[in-house]
Design a protein around this ligand. Structure first.
Ligand code: AP5
Ligand code: MG
Length: 217
C-alpha cells in the first residue's frame, strides 16, 4: 500500500516548510498544488494562464482542473511509495476525488495533520516570506532568514516574494480557506485521520510533533 499524508492548514501555516522536510524523512514525494500551479504560470502553459486568474484573486482554482492536475502528478514514478500532499485536497469534492484516485493506485491516506496557526500570525508570516525560484524552498525575513539575503541556502537560486502575499490577497485567501477548506477538518475527523499540531511553535519543534503524530497513526 502506498502511503499518503495530507497536510491541512491555513495559508502561511507552514505546510510547505514542513512538507519538504517530512517527505525527505519518510522517503515520500512532496506534492504541492500551489507549486505546480506556479511552475505552470512561470512557463505560461494553458493551465498556468487559467490558474493565474484565480490565484491572483486569492480564490481556489476550479475543482475539475485541480483534480486532473493532481491525478496526472500521482502517476509519476517518484510516487511509488506515496506522497506528502501539501495544499490538496482543499474542498470536500477534491477529498472525494482523492479517495477514488487512491483506490486505483492502491494507496491510502494514513494521516491528516492539521497545522493550526491563528489568523493574526498568518499575516505576519506571509508578509515576511521569501520563496526560492528553483524548488519553492521557503524562508522568512525574521523567523527563518536565509544565510545570504535574496539567495536560497539549499540550491543557490533567487528568492522572491509571491504576488498573492499582498495583504488584500492574503485576507481573501484566509477567508476562502475558512469557507471552502475548513470543512475538511470535520471530513477527516470523521474518517479518524485528523491530528492537530500546534503550528505556532518553532519550525523544528513543529517538525518533531508532526513526525510523532504520524508515527502514532
Ligand atoms: P498554496 O501555494 O498552497 O498557498 P497556501 O495554501 O495559501 O499556503 P502557503 O503556501 O501560502 O503557506 P504554507 O502553509 O505552505 O506556509 P509556508 O511553509 O510557506 O496555494 C496558492 C494558490 O494556489 C491558492 O490560493 C489557490 O488559488 C491555488 N491552489 C493551490 N492548491 C489548490 C487546490 N487544491 N485547489 C484549488 N486551488 C488551489 O510558511 C509561510 C511562512 O512562515 C514562511 O516564510 C516560513 O518561513 C514561515 N514559517 C513556517 N513555519 C514557521 C514556524 N513554525 N514559525 C515561524 N515561521 C514559520
Ligand atoms: Mg505553501
Amino acid at each position: 500500500m502506498r502511503k499518503f499524508i495530507v497536510l491541512l492548514g491555513p495559508p502561511g501555516a507552514g505546510k510547505g516548510t514542513q512538507a519538504k522536510m517530512l517527505a525527505e524523512k519518510l522517503a515520500l514525494a512532496h506534492i504541492s498544488s500551489g507549486d505546480i500551479f506556479r511552475e505552470n504560470l512561470k512557463t505560461q502553459t494553458d493551465l498556468g494562464k487559467l490558474a493565474q486568474i484565480y490565484i491572483d484573486r486569492g480564490d481556489l482554482v476550479p475543482d475539475d482542473v485541480t483534480i486532473a492536475m493532481i491525478e496526472a502528478r500521482l502517476q509519476k514514478p517518484d510516487c511509488s511509495n506515496g506522497a506528502v500532499l501539501d495544499g490538496f485536497p482543499r474542498t470536500p469534492a477534491q477529498a472525494d476525488a482523492l479517495k477514488e484516485m487512491l483506490k486505483k493506485l492502491e494507496g491510502e491516506v494514513v494521516s491528516v495533520p492539521f497545522i493550526n496557526v491563528p489568523a493574526e500570525v498568518l499575516v505576519e508570516r506571509l508578509s515576511g516570506r521569501w520563496s526560492c525560484r528553483a524548488q519553492g524552498h521557503v524562508f522568512h525575513s525574521v523567523n527563518n532568514p536565509p544565510k545570504t539575503e535574496g539567495i536560497c541556502d539549499l540550491d543557490g537560486s533567487e528568492l522572491y516574494q509571491r504576488d498573492d502575499d499582498k495583504p488584500e490577497t492574503v485576507k481573501r485567501r484566509i477567508h476562502v480557506y475558512g469557507e471552502q477548506t475548513a470543512p475538511l477538518l470535520d471530513y477527516y475527523t470523521k474518517a479518524g485521520l485528523l491530528v492537530e499540531i500546534d503550528g505556532t511553535r518553532e519550525i523544528d519543534q513543529v517538525a518533531f510533533d508532526l513526525l510523532k503524530a504520524i508515527k502514532r497513526n
